[in-house]
Design a protein around this ligand. Structure first.
Ligand code: MN
Length: 424
């Protein structure tokens, strides 16, 4: 489904007056508001191909209807999101759930929707039909070299697909680990994983990056072979300059100081990618900003500060992606909410008076430091984010327009009530 320009224009016209009043009121007090808007317009967040259907939990799955049935329909959905907010201009593919059968036509379709191909993701956490060896006891870490070889070859194949589509990075997330003490020799598991990653690294094209994603627990519950940012950084450092750590917000133990992790990884030049979601307890994969918006702001504050210190472009310096699972919400509405939350946190981080903050730090004025950060966080920046959308010909209120146009109803009518997205 494609939106017509007049549909977006009519929606924006209806809200124009109210928006103008709010924006002008806010803009009076925000220094450099034009510069902020330009940064927001450039900032794009990739949507993963697995986030467009209902994910479910291990207890059940409740389809919302009208889910995309193949890669082409997934791209159609992301194209729609991008029309609504002009901030979702990239897709991240999961192989083998979304193997492009004809790369040229998939590329052409993406161009039609204004989408780029972000990182490609390998999968050695499930067995596929006709696969020779099982990943039940791990993949890149496996005690059997034949299993490791199969997992390495899969990753190299994923790179090949990515090259055909014009992607330039590979994300490796491993379910590898152990569930019981004594099951694994930690050092051997690490060394096997490293050796396997080195073979994958050797297959990377020159302009490519590999992101090593970590996760504290699940599906293994005693040890994970890439369990935290320290282990990921070890691999990335040993692999070389094309290897980076990827931070997924839900992959930490409770109460981890993610903003500090981000700051130090940036300082080391080893932060490569970012997966957004939110959580209350573990890897809950909830809508970004739905549980801990202050933490999201603090993370963005470190991202902006750290990227500026390194002269990195906010929009292109890191791989930005949403990695969430939608169990009870309409996935498209959930993604619109997540993108909005990310844009708000980014805007608030851009509002921080960095000079004043540095001065307050030098004077050990702890109260002032908090005042400066919270002043930015407590500013209602929604009108600035909406203004950036307006100038990109997107909708002032994407969720409202999505509902007014009855998009989900149209998708159900076109695709059916009982559809299941590939991979879910
Ligand atoms: Mn992730």
């Amino acid at each position: 489904m494609r939106l017509e320009k007049y549909q977006i224009d009519e929606h924006n016209d209806k809200l124009a007056q109210q928006h103008k009043r709010k924006f002008e009121f806010l803009a009076q007090d925000v220094q450099g508001v034009e510069e902020i808007i330009q940064k927001l317009i450039k900032f794009q967040i990739a949507i993963p191909s697995w986030a467009l259907g209902t994910g479910g939990t291990r207890f059940g799955r409740f389809s919302g209807g009208g889910e995309p049935r193949n890669l082409e329909e997934k791209m159609e959905d992301i194209g729609l999101l991008h029309q609504l907010n002009q901030s979702s201009g990239a897709i991240s593919l999961h192989i083998p759930w979304d193997i492009p059968e004809n790369a040229a036509s998939v590329k052409a379709l993406a161009a039609q929707y204004g989408l780029k191909f972000d990182a490609v993701n390998s999968n050695t956490f499930q067995d596929q039909p006709n696969q020779q060896h099982s990943y039940k006891f791990g993949s890149l870490q496996h005690v059997d070299k034949a299993v490791r070889k199969q997992a390495i070859e899969h990753n190299i194949e994923v790179i090949r697909h990515g090259v055909e589509l014009g992607s330039d990075s590979l994300t490796v997330w491993l379910a590898d680990g152990s569930s019981f003490p004594g099951q694994l020799n930690f050092r051997n598991a690490f060394n096997n994983t490293l050796e396997s990653l080195q073979e994958i690294y050797a297959a990377l094209p020159d302009n490519w990056k590999v992101f090593v994603e970590y996760k504290a627990f699940e599906p293994n519950f005693y040890s994970m072979s890439v369990g935290d940012w320290g282990q990921s950084l070890l691999y990335a450092n040993k692999l070389g300059s094309k290897a980076y750590t990827l931070v997924d917000l839900g992959h930490h133990l409770p109460n981890a100081n993610i903003e500090q992790i981000v700051a130090l990884l940036l300082n080391e030049g080893k932060l490569g990618g970012f997966h957004f979601n939110d959580s209350k307890y573990g890897d809950d994969d909830l809508t970004t900003g739905s549980i801990k918006p202050y933490q999201l702001f603090l993370i963005f504050n470190e991202l902006v500060e750290g990227m500026d210190a390194k002269g990195m472009d906010h929009a292109t310096g890191l791989g930005w992606m949403i990695d969430a699972s939608h169990n009870i919400k309409d996935p498209l509405e959930d993604l619109l909410q997540s993108v909005e939350a990310i844009m708000m946190a980014y805007t608030q981080a851009l509002l921080v008076d960095k000079k004043a903050l540095e001065q307050a730090r030098l004077e050990n004025d702890v109260v002032r430091c908090q005042e400066i950060l919270q002043h930015a966080f407590r500013t209602d920046v929604r009108a600035i984010v909406a203004e950036a959308r307006l100038r990109s010909n997107a909708a002032l209120n994407p969720v409202q327009l999505y509902r007014d146009l009855k998009v989900r109803e149209s998708l159900v009518a076109g695709r059916g009530q009982k559809t299941v997205a590939t991979g879910l």
